[in-house]
Design a protein around this ligand. Structure first.
Ligand code: BG6
Length: 519
């Protein structure tokens, strides 16, 4: 396997990461190939906040071949200087890395063009050819950081004009992958006519987060957990996503989608499938994705009775101006909008392992804190012998902030007393792995694209199942124009969501809080 890695171009650390990733992929990383990374939508928000900073971090850490060239493409009349000044506030640059940054920008160029004009894509092709060497394989990656309206056209133009004649071509796309089963299928069909599945990398950036990636090890490398991962031991599973800010000027865009499409149908469902799937035969991408599809197929569509929706309103007493504004105050949001900014929904898995174990998703904007976590709540201990009833065990994977795994458990109060108290087994990353740098999700995922590992990307059949689960609900809510419950900016969301969780086996005692320092 070693000779498949571009040894000349990466340092040892990069090599090791590539080698490890190669264990999970069928695709060889080629030696002596040139790489061009094209960012379509280079003038946009995603490019400046995520993609350029990611390419910088990968370049700085020598994780991608050193001579990778980056070409920005967008409609605006921009120079590289403009791109640089847009991006630099988002790059994390230490003083000692200033010269590497200078070098990094020399690897970049910019081409102006429309997303549906063949002639403009011909220009892009010429630019790429200028950067490539004729006697080598030329690998090309296209990142479509584009609004959905130009998705299809630009994919067609890439296929017509920009495919590598010698080397591979890979396409990275970002949600929204449609807004329901039908529109998503239409997009999938279109892309499927142009590219093979192994050329398509559908990003769900939650799959690049440390704790989401850790789910495989936690579940399948620990006997203590694997034996209890089922309806015999677990009462319910809760997947929480909370943000302490509102739509912040993105309201016009958000209003067309809402929180179910923005968070539940993708990020939280991906977590759910990794948390509930059976053990794959190997860690190869398609073996894992087959298991994910299998579990998704066992989930019936979510019904409206299993859902609580909310929409935030301003808190007139808040100190910060942002919190005094509600969702409908955001520009672009219609006054009569019924788009939810909060959703709690219960999913059920019709399988021998999971029947009777509700999977409760809760996602909201403008809440009291930033948090994403997966909480496995165990059943009560049968045959209690103590005066006090033991509180339920919980295994929590905290995705962010401050990654941790902790297990809530009963413990004898230390000392003479024989009473019990709630305590925890605690694996807080910043204590246990204080020297580790956890890369940004996008860094891992874009590196995966270079390596050719599709393990952390969404396959078309997974996407189809995800939409099957949510589309009937979304259509019904839209037909009914169901009014979401108002909740104040900065609170926990509608109390009805807590009631829904309680009805679905979740016991909240309020007597225990895992203490952590925000970092
Ligand atoms: C995006 C959503 O996919 O994820 C945003 O569109 C959300 O609405 C974001 O804010 C959250 O990502 P993270 O990595 O900050 O938790």
């Amino acid at each position: 396997m070693d000779n498949l890695v571009p040894e000349d171009n990466c340092n040892e650390r990069g090599l090791n990461i590539l080698k490890k990733s190669l264990a999970c992929t069928d695709q060889p990383v080629q030696t002596n190939a040139s790489h061009v990374f094209v960012i379509l939508g280079a003038s946009g928000d995603l490019a400046k906040k995520k993609i350029y900073p990611t390419m910088w971090a990968l370049y700085r850490d020598k994780l991608i071949p050193e001579d990778t060239k980056i070409v920005g493409y967008a409609r605006s009349n921009l120079t590289m200087e403009d791109i640089k000044s847009k991006c630099e506030p988002f790059l994390k640059v230490k003083d000692e890395n200033r010269s590497i940054l200078k070098e990094f920008w020399t690897m970049n160029s910019y081409v102006r063009g429309q997303y549906d004009e063949k002639a403009d894509f011909e220009n892009l092709k010429q630019e790429m050819e200028k950067l490539e060497k004729a006697d080598q394989d030329n690998n090309r990656i296209f990142y479509l950081a584009l609004p959905p309206s130009v998705f299809k056209a630009s994919a067609s133009r890439i296929k017509e004009t920009c495919m590598s004649a010698r080397g591979w071509t890979r396409i990275i796309i970002e949600k929204p992958f449609g807004r329901d089963s039908e529109s998503s299928e239409d997009l999938s069909q279109h892309l499927g006519r142009l590219f093979r599945e192994d050329q398509l990398y559908r990003i769900d950036h939650y799959l690049g987060k440390e704790m989401v990636q850790n789910m495989m090890s936690i579940r399948f490398a620990n006997q203590i957990f694997s034996r209890s991962w089922n309806r015999d031991s677990l009462a319910c599973v809760v997947i929480n996503f909370k943000e302490p800010f509102g739509t912040q000027g993105r309201g016009g865009y958000f209003d067309k989608f809402g929180i179910i499409r923005d968070i539940c149908q993708n990020h939280l469902l991906q977590i759910l499938s990794l948390a509930s799937m059976d053990k794959p035969p190997t860690v190869r991408a398609d073996d894992i994705r087959n298991e994910k599809v299998k579990i998704l197929k066992l989930i019936p569509p979510v019904v409206v009775e299993d859902v609580v929706l909310g929409q935030y309103v301003g808190d007139p007493d808040a100190k910060e101006e942002e919190k005094r504004l509600g969702y409908k105050d955001d520009k672009g949001v219609p006054e009569d909008s019924v788009t939810p900014t909060y959703a709690a929904c219960v999913l059920r898995i019709n399988s021998e392992r999971w029947e009777g174990v509700p999977f409760i998703m809760r996602a909201g904007k403008a809440l009291n804190e930033k948090k994403a976590e997966i909480r496995f709540q165990f059943k009560d201990v049968p045959g209690n012998i103590f005066g006090q009833r033991p509180k339920r065990n919980e295994l929590v994977l905290r995705v962010q902030p401050n990654e941790a795994i902790y297990c809530k458990m009963m413990n004898k109060a230390p000392g003479m007393s024989f009473t019990m108290e709630e305590s925890e087994l605690d694996l807080t990353y910043k204590d246990r792995y204080s020297d580790a740098r956890l890369p940004e999700a996008y860094e891992r995922l874009i590196l995966d694209v270079f390596v050719g590992s599709q393990m952390n990307f969404v396959r078309s059949d997974e996407l189809r199942e995800a939409w099957r689960i949510f589309t009937p609900l979304l259509h019904e809510l839209e037909t009914r124009r169901q009014e979401p419950i108002p909740y104040k900016f900065g609170t926990r969301g509608p109390k009805e969501a807590d009631e829904l969780a309680q009805k679905n086996n979740f016991v909240y005692t309020g007597t225990y809080e895992w203490i952590y320092e925000d970092v």
